[in-house]
Every structure is written in structure tokens, then in C-alpha cells.
Design a protein around this ligand. Structure first.
Ligand code: ADP
Length: 626
């Protein structure tokens, strides 16, 4: 029979495939096994409506056979087969497959990127084979046909001998080249591993002749060769099983088997959705932070299956960044096998699944928080930062999803509390949610700025993570209660009396404060009488949005612009030191300057800010001693 040309499109794809440097060549087997499984499905569905046809489960399987001597790999199925016309249409062109449009758009890009992301079907065989023979007999047909091709040049179809219905595909595996070895596709153990990896959950048995050595029965120390047929795939995926059939251990094993992580997950979520979008998913909340989690190298994503066939290792679109720690898989019948990464982003089904998963994860976390507080705190220790980044990122648009998942250390409870717990025990006269930021709980505890708030008996949230204050600025308020730093200018606590007293103190000491401001010009915005200090002589507060903690964090960032918080030096006018200041102002300007600098530097140290001239500072202290 005369050789036929491939249709133009197919030819181009074929050339791309043959010359592909794609490293994941192994997916050809997934593609061929999926086709075989589809072909069996077709008989199965026919049998459902055709009384003449009986579907005996045992008769339907896929067989994979490697022959090292002849360098052939054969994939046989007992599926529906193809008649001559189908053979011509299906294997002579690929124009029907959904991936074609995508290929056009991306022709400029390199081939391997394109191939890797979606099912490429039958033609992927040419990544590993230089000659492919398909012998097939369609259900109900009297003749069988053979299709043969050595690649882009074209193909031949002729009649053939085949007794049983189904399809046999023989791949002549390529010879090794200097750069590439193809031998692995003839090795039993590799083939088994590939099948396990991609096709474990195909509904029909995938059989392989497996040979090896085993201890000989009755003869100790002796071994015998054996060859036996094994079913390589497990067929029933755990996610299709009923939840009540499964134990926690089953889920934990699945997590380990899949190498989602080496820890034991804190929680699993088994989703069986059959509403507007149909899918199964098993999701895990890990216990430990992966070593690269907070780096650019970490890649989020879930495994994506289309009807039991793995189509993507890490589908990032299924998870928002703030839930990037979630591990697991999604299987949906609604997704096409031939779907590219770019197409996925616009896939309506996938968007719906992602939305659904987001809310499942959120409720799972909330229930962990409610029912297993200790485990939630473990989780929060590992991934809380990511949630806080989530509040801060994207201009705060996800804050509503995340705010109830946040925990902060409480000054009163001496442990992590939720915002809801904080707000629900606020005394009636308390207007704000107070927080203090610093390096550690110990240091914050000693901050003079917390004195008045603590004196009032109000709870203070301690922020020790870089991102905390930034996240809170994004939240602005929680349950209509605004957040307020204990260092901010107006604490909203003072009574009318306090205010009057402060005004009086300000006007009485106007000259002193102005003189001190002058001495600290460029360093602080103003010097004033403090309302928040009780026992400490001095502290810094800020005027405006930027706090001192934020200034510290920003200053560590690359290309920081030297942005500074507007600092105010607050003096406790009830402290003995204040009298000394007043005396100095009357009698000795030099002394006033010395005291002012000392107090300012002390305030810096309390804040954990560097003193700009430590030598001068120690000299100043010595001056006080002699
Ligand atoms: P896709 O599977 O995406 O349609 P393929 O190139 O893999 O693309 O296959 C093209 C068509 O060839 C299939 O849709 C199917 O109709 C037919 N086909 C492939 N393999 C087999 C098989 N083993 N048995 C029956 N038909 C097959």
C-alpha cells in the first residue's frame, strides 16, 4: 500500500515530538495507557445499552510487554479497536485534539515546554520510538488493520491478521545516542514505576510479565528464576473510596506514599464534590514547614488528575498563595486530558474547583482551631507567617478570608489568642485593639510605652514577626475595632482630666520642650509631656502611619530609601528626672543639652534602635559620674 502523508498540522507536531529534548519522555506510556483505558471504556458504555454485548470484567485489561532483545515495547488492550476509517482519521491527524490551538500560539516557544504540560496523545510514542506499529480490530468488524510509521515521513495502513478485538501497539525503542539512553523503557522496574506514577488509578488492570529470582521453596539458600504476570496498578484510588471506609492511617499512608512530605499531616480533607462541578480531592495540612518554604524555590500546587490519569504534578492555579502549604490531589472528570497549563488558567471548571478548595481549606483550618487548638498552634507555628503575608499581599483583598485564622501573643493570657477572643473580652470603655511590636515577647514586655495601656487593664497583642504590623495596617480594624499601636501618638485612653493636665503641662513647659526639640533637631519631630508613662522617665512614640518597628524592617530591605518614622520624644513630667531638666534649663544650657541627649539615646536603646554615636554616649554617662 502506498505511503500516506500526515496532515500538515500533525506533521509539524510529530517533528517537534521526535526532536524533543523533553526530559519527561516517560509520559508517552501514560498517554498510550490512557488511550487503551478509554477504548475499554467505550466497550463498557456500549454494553450498558446493548443487550447483545456482555461486559465481563476479566476480559478487559491492558498489557505491557518489554522485549529487550528486539528492543520493542508492546501495549495491548482489549478495548473497542478501530476500523480502517477510524485508523485513518485518528492516527493520520491530530487536528481534533484540543491542544492544537494552543500549539499554534506557542510555536515560537520551545517544544519541550509545550509537551510537558498536557496530554499529547498517541504521537508522544515517537519521543521514545523510531518506528510504531498499531494493529487493531474494531468491535464487530471482520477485518483487522495495521498502521505503521517511522515518523514524519508518513504512514502506511494495510490489512492484517488479528483474532481478538482490541489494539496492539508495538514501539521499536530508539537506539541510545551519546546524549540519551532509551534503555530504561525496556526495563521492567522502570516501566512498573512509570505505570505506578501516572496510571496507578486506571480502572482496568495493567498487566506486566515480571521476571526475577526468588527463594526456592523447600531448598534453603537456593534461588529460582520465575516469570509471572502481575497487575501493576492498584485500580481503586483512595479518593474514590467512601470516607467511612478509610482510616486516618490510610490517609497518612497516602501522604507518605505520594511523598507530599516526610512529616505526619495535621489534618486531611477529603472532598467529594458533585454539585456544579464534579471532583474528588484529598488535601493535607502538613505539620512541618518544608525547608524551602519561605524561599522563591518553593513551588505550590496540587496534583491534578483527569478521571484517574495524572495530568499535572503541581497545578499552582488550584491554590491561593496564602494556602500554598496545602498538599494533595484533585481528580475531576470534567477536565480534558489534553489541557495545557495556559488553558487551565482560563478553564471555568478549574476556577470553580479552586474556589471550592479555598473554602474547604479555610473551614478545615477553622475547625482545627476550634477543636484541636494545640494542633492549630503547631500549624500556625509552621505556616502562620504565610497567612499574615496573605493578609498583607494583594492590597489586603484576602483579609476577610484570613483574619479569623490569625493568632497573636496576648499580654494577659500569655499565649496565642485569636482576634475574636481579644475583641470578645474587651471592656466596654476600651475603644481600640492595642498592640506592641518588638523583637521578642520579653523585650516587648519591658517597653515603657505599654505602661498606661497595661495600667488600664487592657490586653495587648505582641507582634514579634516582621510582617505583623504590616498585615495589621492592611486589616485596619476587626469587628469594627480599630488597631492601635501602644506607641502611637493618641492612645484614645485619656480622660478629659488627663487631657487638661497635659495641656497645662505643655503650656507650662513650652520653653523647655522647645529648647529640647531644638537640640534634637533632625532626630525627633517634637518633645512633649507623656500621657502614657508611669514609672519610666522617657520613651519614643510616633506621629503618623509609620511605626518604629516598621522603620526597622524597611531599613533592612534592599534598596531601602531611608524612610523614617516621625518620632516624638515623650518625657514623664512626674518623674524626678524632669525636675533636673527644669533646673538645668534655668541654670545651665550645656547641662540641658547633655541630659537631652542622654534621654534621647536611652529612648533609642529601649526601642532597640542603634545609638548613632556610642562613644559620645558613654562619654556623656561618664560626665554624670565625675
Ligand atoms: P486523544 O486521545 O487526545 O484523542 P490521541 O492522538 O492519543 O488523541 O488519539 C487519537 C484517537 O485515536 C483517540 O481519540 C482514539 O479515538 C483513537 N485511539 C488511540 N489509541 C487507541 C486505542 N488503543 N484503541 C482505540 N482507539 C484508539
Amino acid at each position: 500500500m502506498a505511503q500516506k502523508e500526515f496532515k500538515a498540522e500533525s506533521k509539524r507536531l510529530l517533528e517537534m515530538m521526535i526532536n524533543s529534548i523533553y526530559t519527561q519522555r516517560e509520559i508517552f506510556l501514560r498517554e498510550l495507557i490512557s488511550n487503551a483505558s478509554d477504548a475499554i471504556d467505550k466497550i463498557y458504555y456500549k454494553a450498558l445499552t446493548d443487550d447483545q454485548l456482555v461486559f465481563n470484567k476479566e476480559d478487559y485489561y491492558v498489557q505491557v510487554t518489554a522485549d529487550k532483545n528486539n528492543r520493542t515495547l508492546t501495549i495491548t488492550d482489549t478495548g473497542i479497536g478501530m476500523n480502517q476509517e477510524e485508523l485513518e482519521n485518528n492516527l493520520g491527524t491530530i487536528a481534533k485534539s484540543g491542544s492544537l490551538a494552543f500549539k499554534h500560539e506557542n510555536e515560537a516557544k520551545d517544544g519541550h515546554n509545550i509537551i510537558g504540560q498536557f496530554g499529547v496523545g498517541f504521537y508522544s510514542a515517537f519521543m521514545v520510538a523510531d518506528h510504531v506499529t498499531v494493529t487493531t480490530k474494531a468491535l464487530g468488524a471482520s477485518e483487522a488493520y495495521r498502521w505503521e510509521s517511522s515518523g514524519a515521513d508518513g504512514y502506511v495502513i494495510e490489512t492484517a491478521e488479528k483474532d481478538s478485538v482490541g489494539t496492539e501497539i508495538v514501539l521499536k525503542i530508539k537506539e541510545n545516542t551519546e546524549d540519551d539512553s532509551y534503555d530504561e523503557f525496556l526495563e521492567e522496574y522502570r516501566l512498573k514505576a512509570i505505570i505506578k506514577k501516572y496510571s496507578d488509578f486506571i480502572r482496568y488492570p495493567i498487566k506486566m510479565e515480571v521476571s526475577g529470582q526468588r527463594p526456592k521453596e523447600g531448598a534453603e539458600g537456593e534461588f529460582e528464576e520465575f516469570t509471572e504476570e502481575q497487575v501493576v496498578n492498584s485500580m481503586v484510588p483512595i479518593w474514590r473510596k467512601n470516607k467511612d471506609e478509610l482510616t486516618d492511617e490510610d490517609y497518612d499512608n497516602f501522604y507518605a506514599e505520594k511523598r507530599y512530605g516526610f512529616d505526619k499531616p495535621l489534618k486531611h480533607i477529603h472532598v467529594k464534590a458533585d454539585g456544579a462541578v464534579v471532583y474528588n480531592a484529598i488535601l493535607f495540612i502538613p505539620e512541618n514547614t518544608p525547608f524551602d518554604y519561605y524561599t522563591k524555590e518553593y513551588e505550590k500546587g496540587l496534583e491534578l488528575y483527569s478521571n484517574g490519569v495524572l495530568i499535572m504534578d503541581k497545578c499552582g492555579d488550584l491554590l491561593p498563595d496564602y494556602f500554598s502549604f496545602v498538599k494533595g490531589m484533585v481528580d475531576s472528570e470534567d477536565l480534558s486530558l489534553n489541557i495545557s497549563r495556559e488553558m487551565l488558567q482560563h478553564d471555568r471548571q478549574l476556577t470553580m474547583i479552586a474556589k471550592n478548595i479555598k473554602s474547604k481549606v479555610k473551614s478545615a483550618l477553622l475547625s482545627l482551631l476550634k477543636e484541636e487548638r494545640e494542633n492549630y498552634e503547631k500549624f500556625y507555628g509552621a505556616f502562620g507567617r504565610q497567612l499574615k503575608f496573605g493578609v498583607y499581599n494583594d492590597y489586603g483583598q484576602n483579609k476577610d478570608v484570613l483574619q479569623d485564622l490569625l493568632l497573636f501573643h496576648s499580654s494577659k493570657e500569655k499565649k496565642l489568642v485569636t482576634l475574636d477572643e481579644y475583641v470578645s473580652r474587651m471592656p466596654e470603655d476600651q475603644k481600640y485593639i492595642y498592640y506592641a511590636a518588638g523583637e521578642s515577647i520579653d523585650r516587648i514586655e519591658k517597653l515603657p510605652q505599654t505602661e498606661l495601656v497595661a495600667d488600664k487593664g487592657y490586653e495587648i497583642l505582641y507582634f514579634t514577626d516582621d510582617v505583623d504590623e504590616f498585615a495589621i495596617k492592611m486589616l485596619v480594624n476587626y469587628k469594627e475595632k480599630e488597631f492601635k499601636s501602644v506607641s502611637s501618638g493618641d492612645l484614645g485612653i485619656d480622660s478629659e482630666e488627663d487631657n487638661k493636665a497635659e495641656e497645662a503641662a505643655e503650656s507650662d513647659n513650652k520653653d523647655l520642650f522647645e529648647a529640647m526639640s531644638g537640640m534634637l533637631s533632625g532626630k525627633v519631630k517634637s518633645v512633649k509631656a507623656s500621657k502614657r508613662l508611669r514609672s519610666h522617665p522617657v520613651c519614643l512614640s510616633t506621629d503618623g502611619d509609620l511605626s518604629i518597628e516598621m522603620e526597622k524592617i524597611l531599613s533592612q530591605m534592599p534598596n531601602n530609601q531611608g524612610i523614617q518614622a516621625d518620632k516624638v520624644l515623650e518625657i514623664n513630667i512626674n518623674h524626678e528626672v524632669f525636675q533636673s531638666l527644669k533646673n538645668a534649663q534655668q541654670s545651665d544650657q550645656e547641662k540641658l543639652a547633655l541630659y537631652t541627649n542622654l534621654l534621647y539615646n536611652q529612648a533609642l536603646l529601649i526601642e532597640g534602635l542603634p545609638v548613632s554615636d556610642p562613644v559620645e554616649f558613654t562619654n556623656d554617662i561618664c560626665k554624670m559620674m565625675v
